[in-house]
Design a protein around this ligand. Structure first.
Ligand code: ADP
Ligand code: MG
Length: 496
């Protein structure tokens, strides 16, 4: 299949949108790290295998949507193979592991409405495809800097410009479909093109490096092999359909690489040179508008995480479970994005499915909600996890407002509960302060001289109720802060 072919299909979709809508949907078996719940729905079911240089293979099963059909039955000797079929659960016994795919007789079931426009537009598409390919080569240097405005599909296209062998596979909307096995290959290709430059951060579970990819900075989080569960979980969450949002750290690739004869687990994301909100607040004070902007952008990200989007291309609801200023990054436009999803849990109302992962990691004690500290949290209810995020959000809000200049004065940065617990507090230290003594961070009276800060103070307090269900929801906070934003006549942020 040639690069230009994806254009043919795109044009077919544009020309015959109704016909695409009429294509049947099949429930398929879904096996692979991008799968949630073991099944998915698409216009074709597939089985794929990707071989590494040692002859080992990674197999996946899942669904292709209309945009991905051209991947069906592709095969690159020793690299990858994909087979598709077109009936309910037909990929259950479909196997590509033992060799190249043979032509699938059920492919004749491919709806005529898709094939017909393909034929009609063949010549036209080839011409446009060739032209576009040339244009893309010229733009390759500029592509990565535009990533924050791109979807996954665009990113994947960017990653393989100039590589004609992989181009057949990667000129597709790989990661927006459910359960596709192909992104592994794409992500590995990106990872191998990265040069590590400097270590920019250390968390409890990994080192974060600034690296370069085609001359542009990217962040590379390197997990040690014993933290495989965190790497796996974060990879799984970032690959969740529709997770992309300007206030969630932009994911680029995830890969297992062998460097200096040891296995390293990499997670590659957009790089933000201001670093974490924690680092930022150490060195920078903000004005009232600035603090509202930071607070709003975080809650925008949190709402996007917490909300479930329904439909085959939807997203499950996600609770972060380790929200804190070190896990929030400050972008160049002084908005924040939420990072470090290694502890997140997912929930989908369809079948009331709660996916808490398999990660032994626990949250940060200083930011733990009272019900986590006294162990009364209802671990079987997804709502509980969202409510712990809200508690932590209130603490982050407190950290931001503390660094806000009021009447020309500003406090030093301090972490929440700095005045009542030691620098690395134990679980028991936190439990005594938060549960037994019912202490909350102090809100100075000076906040009440400013209407925005008073509202932020009220919001924090409503995040800190002992009773989890009494706390505000992320959506409520977003609405309140948005109102504040418009009444303060600050240019309104985009609704998500
Ligand atoms: P961990 O899971 O080990 O806690 P994090 O993802 O929280 O790792 O990252 C640790 C630190 O690395 C962050 O607090 C921040 O200082 C820095 N960091 C992480 N991601 C980025 C990024 N994309 N750009 C710049 N700095 C980052
Ligand atoms: Mg972290």
């Amino acid at each position: 299949m040639q690069r230009g072919d994806s254009w043919i299909l795109s044009l077919a979709i544009l020309a015959f949108p109704g016909s695409i809508g009429a294509a049947p949907n099949f429930t398929c078996v879904c096996v692979g790290p991008y799968c949630i719940g073991g099944t998915c729905v698409g216009v074709a079911c597939f089985a794929s295998a990707v071989w590494d240089s040692n002859g080992g293979s990674t197999t996946s099963k899942g669904c292709h949507n209309t945009n991905q059909l051209e991947q069906c039955n592709s095969h690159i000797e020793g690299v990858m193979a994909v087979k598709c079929c077109y009936s309910q659960q037909c990929n259950m016994d479909l196997d590509v592991k033992d060799g190249p795919p043979i032509s699938d007789p059920s492919a004749s079931n491919l709806p005529l409405v898709i094939l017909l426009p393909l034929v009609i537009l063949l010549l036209f598409g080839l011409l446009i495809g060739l032209f576009t390919w040339k244009l893309r080569q010229r733009n390759r240097k500029r592509l990565l800097s535009q990533l924050s405005h791109m979807g996954d599909a665009d990113l994947l296209k960017a990653s393989i410009v100039g590589d004609s062998t992989l181009g057949d596979l990667l000129d597709d909307n790989c990661t927006t479909g459910s359960g596709s096995g192909l992104p592994f290959l794409v992500q590995r290709t990106v990872a191998r093109q990265i040069t590590l430059v400097e270590c920019v951060g250390k968390g409890r579970y990994g080192e974060v490096w600034r690296g370069t990819w085609q001359g542009e900075s990217v962040a590379v989080k390197i997990f040690s092999s014993r933290d495989e569960q965190s790497w796996f979980r974060e990879t799984e969450i970032y690959n969740t359909v529709l997770l992309r949002h300007e206030n969630i750290l932009g994911f680029i690739a995830s890969d297992m690489t062998s460097r200096n004869s040891s296995t390293q687990l990499w997670l590659i994301t957009h790089y933000h040179e201001s670093g974490s909100l924690y680092d930022y607040l150490q060195r920078t004070s903000v004005d009232v508008e600035g603090s509202l902007r930071l607070a709003l952008s975080i809650v925008y990200g949190l709402v996007h995480l917490h909300v479930e989007i329904f439909g085959t291309q939807g997203k499950p609801a996600i609770a972060h479970r380790d929200l804190k200023s070190r896990n929030i990054l400050v972008k160049g436009n002084k908005q924040c994005c939420i990072a470090d999803l290694g502890l997140a849990v997912m929930h989908s109302q369809n079948g009331d499915c709660l996916d808490i992962g398999n990660n032994p990691r626990v949250g940060t004690k200083r930011y733990m909600a009272p019900e986590v500290l006294d162990e009364t949290i209802r671990t079987d209810s997804f709502e509980s996890y969202k409510q712990t995020d809200i508690w932590a959000y209130g603490l982050v809000l407190w950290e931001i407002t503390r660094r806000t200049v009021i009447n020309g004065m500003v406090e030093e940065y301090r972490p929440p509960f700095f005045d009542v617990v030691p620098s690395d507090p134990s679980f028991e230290d936190m439990k005594k302060v938060v549960c037994t003594d019912q202490q909350r961070p102090v809100i100075p009276n000076t906040y009440y001289s400013d209407s925005t800060l008073s509202a932020l103070a009220k919001t924090m307090k409503e995040c800190w109720y002992s009773s989890p269900s009494a706390r505000l929801t992320a959506l409520r906070i977003k609405k309140t802060l948005n109102k504040l934003n418009s009444s303060a006549a600050i240019p309104k942020q985009e609704e998500c």
